[in-house]
Write a protein that binds this ligand. Sequence first.
Ligand code: PEP
Ligand code: MG
Length: 575
Amino acid sequence: MSFTIHGIGVSGGIAIGHAHLVSRAKLEAAHYVVPAPQVPDESARFDAAIRAVRSELEQLRANVPATAPAEFTAFINLHLMILDDSTLSVAPRKIIESEQCNAEWALKVQMDALLAQFDEIEDGYLRERKADVIQVVERIMKTLSGQPGYLPPAPSDAEHSLILVAHDLSPADVVQFKQHHFASFITDLGGATSHTAVVARSLNIPSIVALHNGRQLIRENELIIVDGTQGVVIVDPDRQVLAEYQLRQHQFEIERQKLKRLRNTRAVTLDGVEVELHANIELPGDVVEARENGAMGIGLFRTEFLFLNRDGLPDEKEQFAAYRKVAEDMGGLPVTIRTYDLGADKQTDGAQGMTVNPALGLRAIRLCLVEPQRFLIQLRAMLRASHYGKINILIPMLMNAAEVDQALQLIRQAKSSLDEEGVPYDRDITVGGMIEVPAAALALGIFTRKLDFLSIGTNDLIQYTLAIDRTDDTVAHLYDPLHPAVLSLLAHIFKAANKAKIPVALCGEMAGDVALTRLLLALGLRQYSMHSAHLLDVKQYILKSSLRKIKPLVQKMLRAHDPEKLRALLGRINA
Ligand code: PEP
Ligand code: MG
């Protein structure tokens, strides 16, 4: 039976392929001994997870969408039954108590026993229910750990037609997809500017997040269409719909090919204003695509991705090799390397985020400053690489003057250690700061006085201004780059930076959204940095824009407060 599911499209285009339901990577739970006095707490933690999963499933059942197939409710009921079976909901508690072990391990022991019984079953239908047991255990494990994590299947020839369907994926999971060629991926959780979505965009494959119950509704190997532009998934399409989407997919490809002709064209408006279009990258290999799409530089190298999916941290030698490669591959064009922005939703293996609000905790520069030895390794690697190209250092999430002073002091320290060793580096290397906290935007003078350039991170600036967790799909609809507070902060940053004569780039997702290209141009942006896939689209828009015509309309937007009016004005700007 054909049906559709709606989510948030995070990367455009159409994919047609077969569903592959992604399983959790770490169903192999760690095994550790729980000290006797803490055993009751461990049992209580397990019981709480069971209760939370039960209420999650009950809530899902109460909100079954009208478009869902009839068997969906039966499906949730089955999961509730599995959950309530004493094998999963009671026996693990007994194991915790008798063996003094952690809840995850007890659950894993029980799951293995249950799955072994399923293997013995002759009946094909019943044997297939093994997948349901795994899904239920996944839910419990996720609740226990609070850290979702999936492994993609090994690369294969067939993956071009695979659409990965997951409940949730972390940015670390998605960055691994760069070694694969999946047709698309879709998830139930996530917001439009979550790091998962951000990396999805860089894969340049259609993808959708926030489908809510896609993984429950879609079956393994089912034929599905993913329309990443509209944020729609069509499951088991009929022949007519399939033909229609095959045609649209073909047209999309033709448009993409046509755009390639703009690769070497300068990005200049009709009235002669030139802008620079740079690329955001996560890994050194991304430079190939940046160059193919005519990037005039790397505006943001998110170095923290070098730290994910591995045991231990990359040493200076490894980091130096990565930064040098990017600098050399860009052939002298500017490369802005951001110091690692770890924490929040990007945790290294082993660093479990135990804080209640990780996005407000030890993240980015805050983390670097509490671990100066680790930070110095990165700074030395960046400085050494600066000898081989044009590197700028970018510091994320700055908030006050002390952070700037300490970061600059550590850069000086890294320089003198290289001087002592006689290692060359670019003595004119520039240091910039990301403006992504409202406090930094409002007190811009702190940063314009001490730094060489600024780069606005709108993903976080919007998250922190509107108080919406960018990873939380339940508040994803509140993400609004046109909110008057966001517009006024942006206008203020451009005005103050201009007055201080300090260059300001913008590297959040807003930079790659063609609907906002003209608005940003009129606010004063002259250096956009975005995922390579958007570069030519944005360039085409710039080429068709006249700053003189749009400026008065943008001034009106800055005075408007009514969302309808703001959208109408944006419509006129883009007409
Ligand atoms: C941003 O916050 O806009 C940004 C570019 O940084 P990140 O998305 O990596 O947090
Ligand atoms: Mg950010």
